[in-house]
Ligand binder design. Structure first.
Ligand code: ASP
Length: 408
């Protein structure tokens, strides 16, 4: 039996091929129905299992991570490097998107009337900048039990930060609680190990369903835009991020890819950085050798606020919509897009298609029609695969960079 990494890789390739085969079957075919139905169930269970361990994992890994960092007086440096890395890598992603979109002008020449129906029937939720901020800040601090029960990651991260700091300030007094949390974290990681045994099957099922249900006709109409987003996201994931990693840590791209592969494939198949988090943490600690206190802090935080792929997509999509409706955006307007897309990607939760919701804010920031999101919806599931993989990659690269910088 090949190792789990190889199994996951085989499952991913097989999933795409089988999905392709299913997409060729007639809509009425029973085989198609049975395959899609059963993949839906198996894939769904795999995601549910990951979500099952998510919240206790995030809570304990951050609390323990912070407690250990504080104890070593490194916390300030870790904070600054983490946030600095997040801002730099997200900015590079958006620069790439804006440059490519200005060069290739996706959407120019496409007839908007093709999409009129979709836009008219779409009820865009208004999400203005002030509303977004109210929502964002309101979601930072929450009754921890409500957040735990709802699976809301960001408030859990914040609550765990407080607990971690309190554990250190309390010192000896809370030694037993810290020990308990450390052991609980190990216990959860053991369960994550069991879930990983099912990962090949889950990934196979998710990819069959994803590829099998794509509408090729729609994809063809906006092929230029899809190509641009895929291309730039890949350049960011394959060249920019590995280059950043190499410059700072001298770790080679191949070494990184080998260690990060399971998390990247899981992110690709689930389209959710949050659901992938248990796998990301495992890869960072066990294969990329990031210390638990660093990984436990950088990765859960990154899964919710560091989204290079999402920021890149939102910036490119705004320019695409502008081309469609025939508006030429000035440099100042593109700068507004740059900043709004950065904030929007930070506010987007790590779930499938989350970027679509915060995207409305980006469109509105320069007066583009929010209804245009309707055009992007049918292709979103497909584009979400690579952008989530790059979101997760950014978190792992971030943890390696932070470890390197703070260890010096
Ligand atoms: N699906 C992405 C993620 O989980 C978020 C997005 O929709 O851009 O990272």
């Amino acid at each position: 039996m090949p190792g789990i990494n190889i199994q996951i890789l085989i499952a991913a390739v097989l999933g795409v091929l089988l999905g392709w085969w299913v997409s060729g079957l007639a809509d009425t075919s029973t085989t198609r129905e049975v395959v899609l139905y059963s993949s839906g169930i198996v894939g769904g269970i795999f995601i549910d299992l990951l979500k099952m361990v998510l919240i206790p994992l995030v809570f304990t890994s951050i609390a323990v991570g912070i407690a250990n960092l504080q104890a070593h007086h490194q916390v300030h440096r870790v904070w600054m490097t983490t946030l600095g890395f997040f801002v730099v890598s997200t900015s590079l992603a958006m620069l790439l998107a804006l440059t490519a979109a200005n060069m290739f002008k996706p959407g120019a020449g496409l007839e908007l009337s093709l999409f009129q129906d979709a836009m008219e029937n779409f009820d865009a939720k208004q999400l203005t900048m002030p509303e977004f901020f109210i929502h964002f800040f309101h979601n930072l601090f929450m009754n921890p039990f409500a957040a735990l029960a709802d699976g809301k990651v960001l408030p859990v991260v914040i609550f765990a930060l407080f607990i971690g700091i309190a554990l250190v300030i309390g010192g000896e007094r809370y030694r037993n609680i810290l020990k308990l949390l450390q052991e609980f974290l190990e216990l959860i990681m053991r369960i994550v190990g069991w879930i990983m045994v099912l990962a090949p099957l889950g990934i196979l099922a998710l990819l069959i369903k994803l590829v099998g249900t794509q509408d090729i006709g729609v994809l063809k109409t906006v092929a230029g835009f899809i190509g641009l987003v895929f291309g730039t996201t890949l350049i960011h994931g394959v060249i920019v991020l590995p280059l950043l990693l190499f410059i700072v840590t001298r770790k080679t791209p191949l070494w990184f890819l080998r260690g990060a592969r399971d998390a990247l494939v899981t992110a690709f198949a689930t389209s959710s950085s949050t659901a992938t988090l248990p796998v990301t943490l495992r890869c960072a600690e066990e294969q990329l050798h990031v210390r638990r206190d660093i990984a436990g802090f950088v990765i859960p935080l990154g899964a919710t606020v560091n989204m290079d792929g999402t920021a890149l997509y939102e910036a490119a999509a705004a320019l695409f919509v502008a081309n469609l409706v025939g508006i030429e955006l000035s440099l100042a307007q593109q700068l507004v897009i740059f900043f709004t897309a950065m904030i929007a990607s930070m506010g987007a939760p790590g779930i499938p298609s989350a970027g679509m919701v915060t995207m409305i804010m980006v469109l509105q920031s320069v007066g583009l029609p929010a209804e245009a999101v309707a055009i992007l919806l049918p292709i979103d599931r497909l584009l979400d695969t690579v952008r989530t993989a790059v979101n997760v990659e950014g978190d792992m690269v971030g943890s390696l960079v932070v470890q390197h910088v703070t260890d010096r």
